[in-house]
Write a protein that binds this ligand. Structure first.
Ligand SMILES: Nc1nc2c(ncn2[C@@H]2O[C@H](COP(=O)(O)OP(=O)(O)OP(=O)(O)O)[C@@H](O)[C@H]2O)c(=O)[nH]1
Ligand SMILES: [Mg+2]
Length: 325
């Protein structure tokens, strides 16, 4: 693959080249990894940035419907929108991905939009890297907004929030009891909670749920990256396309404030530090997974178990064998 040519085409915003670039960063083949790293390094000096919006919610809450409606609204405002999905558990079947395509039918036909479903099974470390790199490629291709969707299963929200500038949590209208069901950790990373399905019979419940969450958010520790009134909860109807403009206004005012106060830039710098350290950690752990290292681990573990060496001494031997002592 000609990396210079791919770079040039991605920079023109060509979606097919962007898709090829993402396929490259998703590959675990050693030669592909090398090409992907070269491509990203060549694109870095362009310094293009999108607004990265993480979006999480349990199955059926309306993520796909919301992304379609919200994406169409952004397009109408002259913005280009990319959608990436993170699905570390791969709990989602092929059928649901097809379902997504039909649910985002309008958006997927728009020339200003780019939709990339999640690839099949990878471990969380791999997912984080491929998503981070895919986001960087979307930014290089000139997208204004990158939406990163994840199903609410716990760990993946943290990964997505470490890649995003803004984190949205989509919730369904529910009775008071279910408020407890949202994990505190997830509440703590949310910038805006959107109570979806605020329409028809569910409207009153949605309004009450929204008030409950507003109250719960006020009880959380104040975060330095928030202006007065954030994080906040709003009601929306993705189906009837209500409240989407208001939600976008809130996202923009939060982003503006963070940019002016320096939090936006600082957050990106901290994320870069985090992912650097994470890459180093992952690479070190990968060294333990080679056949030779596994054999040596087993040999030393047996020796420790039989009292022939102390755990400390054996660990030092192990690291020495990896040339990491
Ligand atoms: N009444 C109402 N129904 C909605 C709304 N948004 C989504 N739905 C419905 O909720 C169901 C699930 O919507 P999806 O958009 O597929 O939900 P999802 O979160 O993407 O679900 P998964 O992809 O399975 O995680 C569909 O039947 C939608 O029509 C809404 O604003 N109001
Ligand atoms: Mg969906």
């Amino acid at each position: 693959m000609d990396i210079d040519e791919l770079r040039d085409k991605i920079l023109t915003g060509d979606r097919r080249s962007l898709a090829r670039g993402i396929t490259l960063v998703e590959s675990s083949r050693a030669d592909h990894r090398e090409q992907a790293a070269a491509l990203l390094e060549e694109l870095r000096p362009e310094g293009r940035q999108a607004l990265r919006i993480g979006l999480s919610g349990t199955p059926g809450v309306g993520k796909s419907t919301f992304i379609e409606a919200f994406g169409m609204m952004l397009l109408a405002r002259g913005l280009r929108v990319a959608v990436l999905a993170v699905d570390p558990s791969s709990a989602r079947s092929g059928g649901s991905i097809l379902g997504d395509k039909t649910r985002m039918e309008r958006l997927s036909r728009e020339p200003g939009a780019f939709i990339r479903p999640s690839p099949s099974q990878t471990h969380l470390g791999g997912v984080a890297r491929r998503t981070r790199e895919a986001v960087a490629l979307c930014e290089a291709a000139g997208f204004d907004v990158v939406l990163i969707e994840t199903v609410g299963v716990g760990q993946s929200e943290t990964v997505v929030s470490e890649i995003s500038d803004l984190f949205l949590l989509l919730l369904a209208p529910a009775g008071g009891d279910e408020l407890q069901g949202v994990k505190r950790g997830i509440m703590e990373i949310a910038d805006i909670i959107l109570v979806n399905k605020a329409d028809g019979d569910l409207k009153a419940t949605a309004t009450r749920t929204c008030a409950d969450y507003s109250g719960a958010l006020r009880l959380l520790r104040k975060r330095p990256q928030d202006p007065e009134g954030f994080p906040k909860a709003l009601t929306v109807s993705a189906l009837q396309e209500n409240g989407l403009d208001a939600a976008w206004d809130e996202m923009q005012s939060l982003t503006d404030w963070r940019k002016q106060s320096g939090h936006w830039e600082r957050n990106r710098a901290e994320q870069a530090r985090f992912w650097f350290a994470e890459e180093v950690r992952q690479a070190l752990l990968a060294r333990l997974e080679t056949p030779a290292a596994r054999t040596e681990m087993k040999r030393l573990a047996d020796a420790v178990a039989q009292g022939q060496a102390t755990p400390t001494a054996a660990a030092q031997d192990m690291l020495a064998s990896l040339d990491m002592a």
